[in-house]
Design a protein around this ligand. Structure first.
Ligand code: UN1
Length: 511
């Protein structure tokens, strides 16, 4: 994997990186100091000053000015900028992917995969820039045309989490840009370096568009106070926030108080059901990737597994064997499947959840810290399997760590009730070869989540579909399908090309 200094040099971050940016290049933050260490071994990666709340006002009001001209560019021209951004990402995939690995501890495969997800959304958005279609609607009045247009909305505030430090911003940014909206980004303070790199890559793409091209990206590095100031900013008609349920609740309420729009993608607590007809080998791969991939730190990670009585012992044994052979270690090693947790608090949360599970009758396999063949200074854990009663309270809570609760069922309807009986509703899966079970799982009586999969794990969604979930997950949809509509305002146009003024609903009003 590319060493840190080479990656930094390629990405133009060789000198001391800065924290606030409203233009092509970053300026110094005026807020608190921030130090960032690598989760791989605790080595220092970066020191900078975060943005101050006063800078939020400046940057968001500047983005409003950028919007004035950006919205008037033809959408395919905005798409051309996104195309060039995607080209820059292709050139820097290795360096940016390496930075993601170094900064948040994702395996090399997953770091590169995340940049690929950015490239994919750029390709998608370029096509979309020529397809922002409205409808023509039959008017009830003679010589009238009724239609709708989709118009740019305004600057979009994006709040992203550490676990997808670059892709989640790109899903929002690429779509927002073609829709005509500048983006003001507050990345997680646990992943400032990858954000600075993305900003630099976007600035490179913008420079190739000529000096008059309005640069539609801003970056504010900081903590919850900066997120809250963004949420409160009247310059931002839309806030798109990804992260925990408490974060979303705080942001959503601040945005709602000013009657702004929010697009929330929050906690998952995702479940999967394995029925007796399932292909157990296929299910095993799907389950293990979803449960331990990204060290259980995806919002789509699999956390709850319902196994039918008939396959429970066989499947549990397979899982225990697979977990015992997982290669845990330095994520820069291409053989590693499970890297470190993001930091010590994540480890503490995991241990707390396991203790709670034990106190509620859970039988815990694994879950402890490991020092075996891993770099010192990082928090490496053995992913945990927990056999537990589906009614145990701990199962209701999402812990952002590799813990998989394994539960036994005998009747699919009951399993479905347990599956849906949690406050969150992001992703779900059924493993079955029975068409009736599969279709029932996808029906109105089945999974109540935003992502409903058959014979695929809960994580690893493609960008072409709308991404998001129901209930406490927040209801927002990002990425593909018609999610772009959230980033635009709809204008219904009624044009009278006749010489009389007939009123709708047949109302007579003669002067
Ligand atoms: C997240 O964890 O916030 O479906 C997003 C997936 C990824 C996105 C996860 N494409 O697992």
């Amino acid at each position: 994997m590319m060493p840190l200094n080479d990656a930094l040099a390629r990405l133009g971050l060789g000198s001391a990186p800065l924290a606030v940016s409203a233009g092509h290049s970053a300026v110094a933050g005026l807020g608190r100091p921030l130090t960032k260490q690598s989760p791989i071994d605790g080595s220092p990666l970066l020191e900078l000053h975060q943005a101050s709340v006063a800078q939020v006002e400046q940057v968001t009001s500047d983005s409003r000015t950028v919007f004035e001209s950006f919205r008037m560019l033809p959408a395919p021209l905005r798409g051309e900028f996104v195309r060039r951004f995607g080209e820059e990402l292709r050139k820097e995939k290795a360096a940016l992917g390496a930075l993601v690995t170094l900064e948040v501890g994702k395996t090399e495969q997953e770091g590169q995969g995340e940049v690929q997800e950015m490239i994919d959304i750029c390709d998608y958005a370029v096509g979309l820039s020529r397809q922002l279609y409205g409808k023509n609607i039959a008017s009830e009045r003679p010589a009238h045309r009724l239609s709708e247009q989709w118009l740019p909305l305004g600057p979009v505030g994006v709040v992203s989490a550490f676990n997808f430090p670059v892709a989640v911003w790109a899903w929002n940014a690429a779509i927002a840009w073609v829709c005509g909206d500048p983006v003001v980004w507050k990345p997680s303070e646990k992943a400032p370096l990858s954000a600075l790199a993305c900003h630099e890559i976007a600035a490179r793409a913008a420079r190739t568009m000529g000096e008059h091209f309005p640069f539609p990206a801003s970056l504010l590095i900081g903590g919850a106070d900066i997120g809250e100031a963004l949420a409160a900013s009247r310059h931002l008609p839309l806030i798109s926030a990804t992260g925990s349920v408490p974060m979303g609740r705080a942001v959503g309420q601040v945005v709602a108080a000013r009657l702004g729009r929010s697009l929330l993608e929050l906690g998952g607590n995702n479940g999967a059901i394995v029925t007796p007809s399932a292909d157990l080998e296929l299910a095993l791969r799907g389950i293990v990737f979803a449960a331990v991939g990204t060290t259980g730190q995806r919002c789509t990670s699999l956390r709850r597994l319902f196994l039918h009585d008939a396959i429970y012992p066989a499947m549990l044994e397979r899982l225990l064997r697979a977990y015992a052979s997982l290669r845990i270690g330095d994520p820069r090693d291409s053989q590693t499947l499970v890297g470190p947790l993001i930091d010590e608090p994540a480890f503490t949360q995991m241990q707390l959840a396991l203790e709670t599970a034990r106190s509620q009758g859970g039988v815990v396999h694994g879950g402890e810290r490991t020092f075996d063949g891993v770099p010192t200074g990082g928090f490496y854990v053995k992913p945990a399997l927990v056999e537990i009663d589906p009614n145990a309270a701990v199962v209701q809570t999402e812990t952002f760590a590799p813990i998989l609760y394994v539960m036994r069922y005998s009747d699919l309807k009951t399993a479905m009730t347990w599956h849906n009986g949690v406050p969150q509703g992001l992703s779900s899966a059924i493993f079955t070869n029975d068409m009736r079970e599969a279709e029932w799982f996808c029906s109105a009586a089945g999974s109540d989540c935003g992502l409903v999969n058959v014979n695929i794990g809960t994580s690893g969604a493609e960008i072409g579909g709308a991404f998001g979930g129901e209930k406490e997950t927040g209801g927002g949809r990002e990425s593909g399908s018609d999610s772009w509509k959230a980033y635009m305002r709809r204008a219904t146009n009624t044009v009278n090309y006749g010489s009389t003024l007939p009123l709708a609903q047949g109302i007579e009003f003669d002067l």
